[in-house]
Design a protein around this ligand. Sequence first.
Ligand code: NAP
Length: 266
Amino acid sequence: MTNNHSFTGKVALVMGASRGIGAATALAFAAAGADVALGARDDRQLAEVAEQIKATGGRALPIHLDVTDPESVRHCVAATVGEFGRLDAAVNNATGGGHPPTPLTEVTVEDFTSAFEVNTLGVFLGMKYQIPAMLSGAGGAIVNVSSSAGLQGVGGLTGYATAKHAVIGLSRVAALDYAGQGIRVNIVAPGPILTDNLRRAGERGQHAATQAIPQGRVGAVDEVADAIVWLCSAEAGFITGATLPIDGGKLAGVQPFTRVLPPQRA
Ligand code: NAP
């Protein structure tokens, strides 16, 4: 994790921070000097991330959180402000629910709804409580984590792709509603990033994911975390309502039909 954006004296809250991109983002905020509140359901993993922050001299507050429960989200934001006195940056990163690749007509209503509850309702609830906390302070910045599946269809992923498209619309509305009050809201849209899900896909799955990436590799969690911290920093002060793909060029377009480019590095 390397970034030079100073968050000293500032407070960041990461929802969905017990592992993967969320944990890396919490660590990146701490490395940039922020006090960090971390929310998720797995208290043991959350405590481990908090301990990593404390081991480097940072301040961390793990909070049990279910992003689909309004009272849990309200409590998470209140606990953050109660402990650290303010909220400057918030990241809505949790993902879950949904279904494995399935043709649309075979997707159950329950699976479709569960993808929405975590990925979309969770982001709505996050902002519903984070924004008032920021407004009562010095303003702030929010980053919502969508996906390249929020900008293009992915066959079989009705629940996830729909929910991630909705995250972008939701975030744009929030950006407009609060642009005049010192709140910025942006979106990151990662492509394949090496976390537990892709690890579980094994070497073959990772190789297949790599084939779709012009840069010829999958991404690392720190590459997403550092972009999120930058979007929350003063250096990104004129950016709001924007969606940033972090995908090795996947969403840039398609490669030529005949190979005219130099071979890619591994
Ligand atoms: P991950 O490893 O599955 O981690 C998901 C996080 O969300 C965990 O901390 C999990 O914690 C938390 N979470 C799940 N349900 C929750 C709930 N109801 N309430 C609170 N927290 C909850 O995911 P990831 O791969 O790091 O992905 C992070 C984000 O990037 C997601 O929004 C994902 O859609 C997006 N993304 C990832 C990739 C990729 O290739 N990795 C690609 C595109 C987009 P608990 O289980 O402890 O609650």
